[in-house]
Design a binder for this molecule. Structure first.
Ligand code: NDP
Ligand code: 8X3
Length: 251
């Protein structure tokens, strides 16, 4: 039977690449984000391959999250796969110079937003004793790099929540796993550096960064394993990257 996947952050980067791949692999899709024109464009394109429903909400807004997910039409209401992907870094500053607004954004989106969406989806999975949750963490959830302070804290929280969800949902047969990428070339650095595209592009220069499609393929692999296989935690790096601070660049 066709499975339904809900992907947050489907308007860009990893989420968008995952939506494109899943649409070719027989998933019914619920695609989420805030940029309506991008959701419309995705629906237009991917509807040729599968059934698509789009939801526009800000994961920071509790009410919007629950209202959006409760509004799903019957044909989309049984969510088999939840990809908790929406997230970003805001700023790259030493702790003493950090912006409170950046800190709020990262904790509200990457941690509380992930929790709100999960809370809206998990009760039905528990009722059905079925479901698979993929949390997109980061290398930043496995180690802390200079100036990464709050972003790293938010992704360490995702790592903890991934473990917590797996333990609490074990009794219900729900699979939970995290995929933790290193450097992936997406709009991530444009957001981190607030539209300074020149600074953002230098992040990916001089080596082959991961592509959003690389992570999409891994997400697809994880969710298509036989039921008895739960890939609990994956760290995925570009070959050029050995850690957050060791990156082999060509000069
Ligand atoms: P992008 O900036 O390309 O995509 C981020 C997505 O998140 C967009 O679709 C955006 O949609 C959505 N989003 C952001 N804020 C909100 C919000 N408040 N409410 C709803 N949706 C939101 O980045 P990536 O694809 O790289 O990032 C995806 C995930 O991967 C993130 O969790 C990120 O932390 C993680 N990651 C990224 C790495 C990288 O190097 N790129 C490495 C490791 C992890 P919209 O603006 O339309 O709402
Ligand atoms: C994104 C990767 O190294 O910029 O999570 O934190 S990094």
């Amino acid at each position: 039977m066709k499975k339904t996947a809900l992907i947050t952050g489907a308007t860009s980067g990893i989420g968008k690449a995952t939506a494109a791949l899943f649409s070719e692999q027989g998933f019914t899709l619920i695609l989420c984000g805030r940029r309506q024109e991008r959701l419309d464009a995705l629906k237009g394109k991917l509807s040729k391959k599968t059934e698509i429903h789009t939801l526009n909400f800000d994961v920071r807004n509790r009410e919007e999250v629950f209202k959006a997910i409760a509004s799903l039409p019957e044909a989309f209401s049984q969510i088999d796969v939840l990809v908790n992907n929406a997230g970003n870094a805001h700023g790259l500053d030493p702790i003493q110079n950090g912006s409170l607004d950046d800190w709020d954004a990262m904790l509200d989106i990457n941690v509380k937003g992930l929790l709100y969406v999960s809370k809206a989806v998990i009760p039905d999975m528990v009722k059905r004793q079925a479901g698979h949750i993929i949390n997109i963490g980061s290398l930043a959830g496995k180690e802390v790099y200079p100036k990464g302070n709050v972003y790293c804290a938010s992704k360490h929280a995702v790592d903890a929540l991934n473990q917590g969800m797996r333990k609490d949902l074990n009794a219900y047969g729900i699979r939970v796993g995290a995929i933790n990428p290193g450097l992936v070339e997406t709009e991530f650095s444009d957001v981190r550096f607030k539209g300074d595209t020149e600074r953002a592009s230098t992040v990916y220069q001089g080596y082959d960064a991961l592509k959003a499609e690389d992570i999409a393929e891994i997400i697809h692999f994880v969710v298509t394993r036989p039921y008895h296989v739960n890939i609990a935690d994956l760290l995925v790096l570009p070959t050029a990257q050995a850690s957050s601070t060791i990156l082999k660049k060509e000069l």
